[in-house]
Design a binder for this molecule. Structure first.
Ligand SMILES: C[S@@+](CC[C@H](N)C(=O)[O-])C[C@H]1O[C@@H](n2cnc3c(N)ncnc32)[C@H](O)[C@@H]1O
Length: 305
């Protein structure tokens, strides 16, 4: 494992030791915790077959294939999501956004004594939708996704996790995932939704990510938000949220560090009240929140892409 960590460091992998441990645990069909225990006990080293599999995994990681594509799993708020080529790997930065959606849904259920209706636009692997369903078991959660490849991963995750959230040991309602454009999805839910949450694509066209894991393996449709500032899809999400939310319903949208003022300007319009920006765990501006204004004029349709 030390030798593997050295090779990973030389290849520029940002967390070589952690990745070396994660990949060995994966090759063994075990966990990093169990690995540490085995090392403490002085257990025998891995079999030749496991060593061969480990060498192949380390070589692939040195070629900067994402760790999560090699293990097939990505952690997100206590869930283990299946991920791979064709879907965006959920990031720890988005866990705060999902937590804000959980809080907003719980508040609806506390105040109104009924299950909250939550829509996750641009759901990708289903990470945010599934986290809300797991932590707010009575909520009805719908995820919307445009990419067929991503949709297949989301459906797999819903099958694996959606009907059995790991909290409280009791079944919750299944998450529904539908194909659609975030700018026009779910016309049947207009005016009925309590929380719209979204981590849409938002990178501007010129800001190509430096890390090969992102640049070469996250789908382009998951990264680039369109328009000169990358905010074409996020603006469409906000416009769609205005139509989907009931008065008082809450929208939460993730964005890049420099984009918070632009999105707060959108949310200063008559359809919204109480717009605020939030920071992630590293203190960087990361998402915006606003409430659908009571009796506001209907939002204009989203600009065509
Ligand atoms: C940054 S990824 C986020 C995925 C997931 N919400 C997460 O946080 O891990 C954005 C997702 O939006 C999808 N997407 C892009 N444009 C879309 C659109 N117009 N309508 C619906 N989904 C879209 C992409 O395919 C991708 O899965």
């Amino acid at each position: 494992m030390r030798a593997a960590a050295g090779r990973l460091a030389a290849a520029g992998v940002p967390s070589p030791r952690a990745d070396a441990e994660e990949l060995l645990a994966h090759a063994l069909g075990s966990t990093r915790g169990a690995l540490a225990l085995a090392a403490l006990r002085g257990d025998d080293g891995p079999s030749p077959d496991v060593r061969t599999a480990y060498a192949a995994l380390v070589a692939a990681r040195c070629a900067r294939r994402p760790l999560q594509h090699l293990t097939g799993r990505a952690p997100f708020r206590g869930l283990e999501l299946a991920v791979g080529p064709g879907v965006f790997v959920p990031r720890p930065e988005t866990e705060g956004l999902a937590g804000a959606a959980v809080d907003a849904a719980r508040e609806v259920e506390r105040a109104e004594g009924r299950p909250a209706v939550v829509v996750d636009l641009c759901t990708g692997s289903g990470a945010v939708a599934l986290a809300v369903a797991a932590e707010v078991p009575r909520a009805r959660v719908v995820g919307v996704e445009l990419s067929e490849d991503a949709l297949a991963w989301a459906r797999r995750n819903v099958d694996d996790l959606g009907v059995r959230p790991p909290l409280a040991g009791r079944p919750g309602g299944p998450v529904e995932v539908v194909a659609g454009d975030a700018g026009s999805a779910l016309p049947e839910l207009e005016g009925l939704v309590d929380v719209v949450v979204s981590n849409p694509p938002y990178i501007p066209p010129g800001a190509v990510p430096v890390d090969p894991e992102v640049r070469e393996h996250d789908p382009g449709a998951a990264l680039y938000g369109g328009g000169e500032d990358g905010l074409e899809v996020p603006r469409a999400v906000v416009a769609r949220a205005a139509a989907l939310l009931r008065p008082g319903g809450v929208v939460l949208v993730e964005h890049a560090e420099v984009q918070q003022p632009a999105l707060l300007a959108v949310l200063a319009g008559p359809a919204w009240s109480g717009a605020t920006g939030a920071v992630d765990l590293t203190g960087r501006p990361r998402w915006v929140r606003a409430a659908r204004a009571d009796g506001a004029a209907p939002a204009p349709p989203a600009a065509p892409r």
